[in-house]
Ligand binder design. Structure first.
Ligand code: F6P
Length: 347
């Protein structure tokens, strides 16, 4: 016999195309297949700490499949940062009679879910991040959409670069992983891709672009990940503020890289920072399907009492992995694999 439960749903961290598709799938299967009651928590963990809820049912989810962002709102609230917040969070769950939580988020949101599960909270995780840097899942939804947005932008930069014989530097997100830059750079035919996994020497980058222009190819696209790191002692970067989880706010390296390329080569070099455009708007068909599969699997996991697990994509199948495995370490780009693919197109 299927016993209905009261399930809380939250979305934490940076927003991402596909969040609404997950929410819709959780609600649809929860309500229709199990007779569950769903409770939406506002703004990530903040909603659970402060008891901020919003009604969540099939009616409320109509029309949200193609919509970017999250109908629940999001924040980077860390309940382990302020004394007493975890107790408040537990009190909210008890007061509302919430039996289980579905936490949709990245490294930070799922890290909190993992700790809470260790303290007896019934929680299932769903991997969300455009950065694609979560271990234990081959893909997180949102990544595919972000890459497509970057590639569309790079294609446009290409034609204007060709018209003006310019070098175009395009800065993309990804935090400390170079997945977005690698995929967007390869798909967009970039001349240079700078990622955190392979510290770069700006002198070598400039020299390769100079040689490329000597061969008669003037329009060069340089894709730089926001977390790309110069080889020690080769370029000084400014450091930014930190969020509640202690992560430094990245962004801005593109301007430094562009200025250096222009100074060292004499070629006119412009910079485009794609920023939050990569996180906004409608998800691709691929991300809608992946998000829907994850949402269905998450509510199934709740009904199997598979708490402390995250749904994940492995070899094309949606599986369950312990949250501990998901948050153990960042999944970064294997430079050797991509060098083999990219090698014939560069230099
Ligand atoms: O984790 C997703 C992400 O978009 C990163 O790529 C980026 O560094 C960060 O979030 C930006 O976060 P915020 O919107 O809070 O500045």
């Amino acid at each position: 016999m299927v016993l209905p439960v009261r399930v809380g749903v939250l979305t934490g961290g940076g927003d991402c195309p596909g969040l609404n598709a997950v929410i819709r799938a959780v609600v649809r299967k929860g309500e229709r297949a199990y007779g569950d009651e769903l409770v939406g928590f506002r703004d990530g963990w903040r909603g659970v700490v402060e008891g901020l809820t919003t009604p969540l049912d099939v009616e409320r989810c109509r029309g949200i499949l193609p919509r970017g962002g999250t109908i629940l709102g999001s924040s980077r609230t860390n309940p382990y940062r302020t004394e007493g917040d975890v107790a408040r969070l537990r009190a909210t769950l008890a007061d509302l009679g919430v039996d289980a939580l579905v936490a949709i988020g990245g490294e930070d949101t799922l890290g909190v879910a993992h700790r809470l599960h260790g303290e007896g909270v019934a929680v299932v995780g769903v991997p969300k991040t455009i950065d694609n840097d979560l271990s234990a899942t081959e893909l997180s939804f949102g990544f595919h959409t972000a890459v497509q947005i970057c590639v569309d932008a790079i294609d446009r930069l290409h034609t204007t670069a060709e018209s003006h014989d310019r070098v175009m530097v395009c800065e993309v997100m990804g935090r400390h992983a170079g997945w977005i830059a690698t995929y967007a750079g390869l798909a967009g035919g970039a001349a240079e891709i700078l990622i955190p996994e392979q510290p770069f020497d700006i002198a070598e980058v400039a020299e390769r672009i100079r040689r490329r222009h000597e061969l008669g190819r003037y329009a060069s696209i340089v894709v730089v990940a926001e977390g790309a790191t110069p080889r020690e002692g080769t370029l000084t970067m400014a450091s930014g503020e930190r969020d509640e989880f202690g992560h430094v706010r990245l962004g801005g390296i593109g301007a430094t890289v562009a200025a250096e390329i222009e100074r060292r080569t004499g070629f006119e070099t412009r910079v485009t920072i794609l920023g939050h455009i990569q996180r906004g708007g409608t998800p691709t068909a691929f991300d809608r399907v992946l998000a829907t599969r994850f949402g269905i699997a998450a509510i199934e996991a709740v009904h199997d009492s598979a708490y402390g697990h995250m749904v994940a994509l492995q070899a094309g199948e949606v599986v369950r992995v312990p949250l501990s495995a998901a948050v153990a370490e960042l999944k970064t780009v294997d430079v050797a694999t991509f060098a083999r693919v990219a090698g014939p197109f560069f230099g």
